[in-house]
Design a protein around this ligand. Structure first.
Ligand code: FAD
Length: 536
C-alpha cells in the first residue's frame, strides 16, 4: 500500500494544521497525517455528560499572530473575553486592564506587609516588561503581513516599529536568565518569591515570566472552546484542496528515498516533508541511508543534541462537574483563575524534597510519597479554568465544570506507574486537590461534585506523543537543542536534511500556541519557495 503526495505534514496540532492550510492554499498537493482520531494535539476541547472541558491550552493569546493568521486564511470565529483573576488565601483581585497591576501589588502587600519596597521593585520590573510587550505583540507579525507590497505600510508603520522592536530585543536579551535567581536578587522573602513565581516552568526566562501580567489582558476564548480554531483550520485545509488522514501514526521516515510509513505499514511518498510533532520521535525514527553524506552526518550530530534535551514541565489536571450554578463561581473569580491557597509558598517541596524522593525512590514508602503530596497540594498554585463563566453553553443549566491544573513532574508519575499504583495515585491527587480547594475558596466541592476525573503528564505523553509529557516544548533547565533567538526564527524550521522541515513547539524556544502557528507558517513558506525553485 503506497500513496504519493507533493508535501506530507506529520502532526495535526496547531503547527501542522497551519502548515497544511497555507500549503493547500498555495496549491500544493498536501496530505496531513495525524496519529489520533482527532486533530488539535494540545489544543483540544471535549465534552463529557454535557460539560465542556479543555484538554490542553485553556484560552488563547493572539500575540500578533493568531488574529492575523485567521484573517489571512479567511477564518472567522466568535470570540469571547477570557478574564483573569489572581488569588492567595482569601484575597482575590480581578484583572480588568494593565492598570490592575496596582491591585495585584496591593494584594501582595496585604499578605507580606514587611516586603512593601520589594513588591514595588517587582512592580517596576513588570511595568517595564509590559511596555516591551506592547512593542512585541502590538503589531501583526511580519510573517502574516505581506508588507513588501504595501509601501506606505512598510515605511509608515513597519519600519518605525522595527527599530523599536530591535531595542526591545536588546532589553529582552538583558532579561534572558532564569526568573528564580533574578527574583532572588530583588526579593529577600522566600515565600513572596514563591507566590510570584511558582506557577512558572522551572528556569523560565525572566522576561517571559514577567510578561504574564500583559498576557492576562490579551487572552480570548473562542465561543464553543479553543477546539473551534482546530475545526476552522481543518475546514480551510479541505476547502483549499488539502487532505487530512487521522489514525495514521508515523513510525518510520526514510529520508533518502523520501517516504514515511505508519503503524499499519501504509507507505506515503513525499516531495517535501514537514514534521510538526515531537522532535525526539523524528530523530529516533529517521533513516538517512541514501542522503548526501554531509547532510546525514549533520543529522546524526543534531540527533545527539535532540535526544539529550528534555521536555519542559508538565501538568496534572483535575476535571470536576459541580452541581452549583456558574453565578456562585462568578461571585468568587473570573473564568480563568490563578489561585494559591497558602501564602507560605512551595519552598523546597517541589525542588530539593522532590529530588530527594526521586533519587532514592525505592527507599520511600507509599505513605511517604503521599505525605509529600499533602504538602505539595496545600502550598501549590492552581490554574482554574471555568468555561461556563466565559460561555454559558459550556455546562448544563445550573451547573459548572471546573478545570483545575498544576505544574507536575513527569518523572514522579512515571515512577509511580512503574511501581504499579498509577490509578490510585490519580485518585489521591484528585482527592487532595478538591479538599484543599474545598477548605479554602470552594466549600461546595465537599458535597456537590457530580463526577471527577483527571489527566497526568503520562496522559499528555500518550495523547500528543509529547516527550516527558511536556506542554510547551523544551525544558529551560537543560541545553536547548533548537533556535532560541527571535531574529533567527526563520532558521528554527530547518533540519539538516533539505527535504524535511520542522515546525511546532519543539522547533523553537520559548514557545506555545502562537509560536507553533508561526513556525507552521514559516515551514509552509519555505516549502512553497523550495517547490517554486524546483518547479514543484
Ligand atoms: C494544559 C496546557 C496549558 C497550556 N497553556 C498554554 C498557554 O497558556 N499559552 C500557550 O501559548 N500555550 C499553552 N500550552 C501549550 C500549547 O498548547 C502547545 O505548545 C501547542 O498547542 C503545541 O502545538 P504543536 O502543533 O506544536 O504540537 P502538538 O499540539 O503537540 O501537536 C502535535 C500533533 O502531532 C501528533 N503526532 C505526534 N506524533 C505523531 C506521529 N508519530 N505521527 C503522526 N502524528 C503524530 C499528535 O497527536 C499531535 O496532534 C498549553 C498546553 C497545555 C497542555
Amino acid at each position: 500500500m503506497s500513496e504519493k503526495h507533493g508535501v506530507i505534514v506529520v502532526g495535526g496540532g496547531m503547527a501542522g494544521l497551519v502548515a497544511a492550510a497555507y500549503l493547500a492554499r498555495a496549491g500544493a498537493d498536501v496530505l496531513l497525517l495525524e496519529k489520533n482520531e482527532r486533530c488539535g494535539g494540545l489544543v483540544n476541547t471535549f465534552t463529557r455528560d454535557g460539560f465542556r472541558f479543555e484538554g490542553g491550552v485553556r484560552a488563547l493569546v493572539s500575540a500578533g499572530i493568531i488574529f492575523p493568521m485567521m484573517q489571512e486564511l479567511g477564518i472567522t470565529l466568535d470570540t469571547l473575553p477570557n478574564r483573569v483573576s489572581v488569588g492567595v488565601e482569601d484575597r482575590i483581585m480581578h484583572v480588568t486592564s494593565p492598570e490592575s497591576l496596582q491591585d495585584y501589588l496591593a494584594l501582595l502587600k496585604g499578605l507580606y506587609p514587611e516586603s512593601t519596597a520589594e513588591i514595588e521593585r517587582v512592580g517596576a520590573v513588570v511595568r517595564r516588561v509590559m511596555r516591551e510587550m506592547r512593542v512585541l505583540y502590538g503589531m501583526s507579525n511580519p510573517a502574516f503581513n505581506d508588507f513588501r507590497s504595501d509601501k506606505r505600510y512598510f515605511f509608515g508603520t513597519f519600519l518605525p516599529w522595527f527599530f523599536r522592536f530591535l531595542l526591545t530585543l536588546v532589553n529582552i536579551a538583558a532579561m534572558r536568565g532564569p526568573v528564580e535567581p533574578y527574583l532572588d536578587r530583588i526579593v529577600k522573602q522566600r515565600a513572596l518569591r514563591d507566590i510570584i513565581s511558582q506557577h512558572f516552568f522551572r528556569g523560565t526566562p525572566t522576561f517571559f515570566a514577567m510578561s504574564y501580567f500583559y498576557l492576562y489582558n490579551d487572552y480570548f476564548y473562542p465561543k464553543g472552546g479553543v477546539g473551534k480554531l482546530v475545526e476552522a483550520l481543518e475546514q480551510k485545509i479541505h476547502e483549499f484542496g488539502g487532505k487530512i488522514k487521522t489514525g495514521a501514526e508515523i513510525t518510520a521516515v526514510h529520508a533518502g528515498e523520501k517516504w514515511v510509513s505508519d503503524r499499519d505499514g501504509r507507505r506515503y511518498e513525499y516531495g517535501e516533508l514537514v514534521w510538526a510533532a515531537d522532535l525526539k520521535t523524528l530523530y529516533r525514527i529517521t533513516q538517512t541511508a541514501g542522503c548526501a553524506p554531509a547532510a546525514a552526518s549533520a543529522f546524526a550530530a543534531q540527533k545527539q543534541r535532540v535526544l539529550a534535551g528534555r521536555g519542559a514541565d508538565s501538568v496534572f489536571t483535575v476535571y470536576a462537574a459541580v452541581a452549583e450554578p456558574p453565578e456562585t463561581f462568578a461571585a468568587i473569580s473570573h473564568g480563568h483563575f490563578f489561585y494559591t491557597p497558602s501564602r507560605l509558598g512551595l519552598g523546597e517541596i517541589h525542588r530539593a524534597e522532590l529530588r530527594a524522593l526521586l533519587q532514592d525512590w525505592a527507599s520511600h514508602s507509599r505513605a511517604e510519597v503521599l505525605a509529600w503530596l499533602d504538602r505539595f497540594c496545600e502550598r501549590n498554585t492552581y490554574e482554574i479554568a471555568i468555561p461556563a463563566l466565559k460561555d454559558p453553553e459550556a455546562a448544563p443549566p445550573g451547573q459548572t465544570g471546573l478545570i483545575i491544573s498544576t505544574l507536575f513532574d513527569y518523572a514522579l508519575v512515571k515512577k509511580v506507574q512503574e511501581s504499579g499504583w498509577y490509578e490510585d495515585f490519580k485518585a489521591e491527587m484528585e482527592r487532595r486537590i478538591l479538599n484543599v480547594l474545598a477548605a479554602s475558596i470552594y466549600p461546595m466541592l465537599r458535597d456537590k461534585v457530580r463526577f471527577v476525573f483527571s489527566t497526568s503528564p503520562l496522559t499528555i505523553e500518550a495523547v500528543a506523543g509529547s516527550s516527558e509529557g511536556a506542554i510547551v516544548g523544551w525544558s529551560f533547565e537543560e541545553p536547548i537543542p533548537v533556535t532560541a533567538q527571535m531574529l533567527k526564527i526563520n532558521d528554527a524550521i530547518k533540519t539538516p536534511l533539505p527535504h524535511i522541515a520542522q515546525a511546532g513547539q519543539w522547533a523553537y524556544s520559548p514557545t506555545g500556541v502562537p509560536t507553533a502557528i508561526l513556525t507552521g507558517k514559516l515551514a509552509a513558506d519555505r516549502v512553497i519557495a523550495q517547490r517554486r525553485r524546483g518547479g514543484g
